[in-house]
Design a protein around this ligand. Structure first.
Ligand code: ATP
Ligand code: MG
Length: 265
């Protein structure tokens, strides 16, 4: 698969909230068609702010991109409504796996397909595709989302995003609060969608270990700035990345040491 055509480019982005707090001091990276790119960093590093800027969601939070720009397939995202970006294939799963708790799993999924053209047959086909990737959701299709597990809710949120036929799927910390085995399951499914359907993925994670395992490339944010970018495999093997982001401090670490997301400030 060619990794040449740039799908998303984030160019020297600075961003503020309330015209006061500077959350991003200069973030630059790209996602090429067919890639999985991870955006890594500790609490408050600016991952969510970057992803919200990508979907032009900052204005809704009194946030503003003050410098730089973001292009999705050549379109300046700041000039597009978030819903138009979804229609053009840029679809985001927000932090915290938002589902409609009083709707069933299947109803939640269907809401993701409503924005697209096409009739019932097309929605039914899209549903079956989501169920093929997440068999768990098929089993739970009639359960109220509010009563499903955290992992099932995350799968529902991803499935709903898939229903709107993304070209670039953007995910904010899909691993948050989930058991390691569920996290692996979700990332394996994301990689299958990437490899089998050519879905491009941008994923923000504090869980660097899992993100670097599944991503092709990664960018590390620190205090609102991109400080390191490279191939995921190379980053995995770099001593500084290991020490700061993979919980492998110079002291010998026990196997299965919990991930230490934070770098000392
Ligand atoms: N709505 C907001 N209003 C004001 N400041 C905000 C807002 N959202 C985030 N910030 C600030 O912007 C900075 C970046 O936060 P952001 O949420 O982007 O980080 P993050 O990398 O996603 O962190 P986490 O891993 O905790 O989700 C932080 O200093 C944060 O306090
Ligand atoms: Mg965040």
């Amino acid at each position: 698969m060619g990794h040449n055509e740039v799908l998303l480019s984030v160019n020297g982005v600075k961003a503020t909230y309330n015209h006061a707090i500077t959350a991003l001091h200069g973030v630059t990276f790209t996602v090429a068609r067919g890639e999985i790119v991870a955006l890594l960093g500790a609490n408050g590093a600016g991952k969510t702010t970057t992803l919200k800027a990508v979907s032009n969601l900052l204005p809704a939070e009194r946030g503003l991109v003050t410098e730089g720009n973001i292009l999705f397939q050549g379109l300046d995202v700041a000039t597009a409504k978030p819903a138009d970006l979804v229609r053009s294939g840029l679809v985001q799963v927000l932090e915290g796996r938002h589902c409609f708790r009083s709707l069933t799993v299947e109803e939640n999924l269907v809401t993701g397909g409503l924005g697209r053209s096409g009739g019932r047959a097309e929605i039914a086909a899209a549903l079956e595709k989501v169920y093929a990737h997440f068999p768990r959701l098929k089993e739970k299709r009639h359960a109220l989302s509010g009563l499903t597990s955290g992992g099932e809710q995350q799968m529902t949120a991803i499935g709903r995003a898939l229903m709107s036929r993304p070209r670039l799927l953007v995910l904010d910390e899909p691993s948050m609060g989930l058991a390691p085995i569920v996290v692996q399951d979700i990332f394996r499914t994301l990689r299958r969608l990437n490899r089998e359907e050519g879905l491009s993925i941008l994923v923000a994670e504090q869980n660097s270990t899992v993100a670097l395992k599944y991503a092709d490339r990664a960018t590390i944010l620190e205090n609102g700035a991109a400080v390191l970018s490279g191939d995921a495999a190379e980053l995995r093997n770099r001593d500084d990345v290991k020490a700061f982001y993979l919980g492998q401090s110079p002291r010998p670490a026990a196997p299965n040491t919990p991930i230490l997301p934070a770098i000392a400030v």
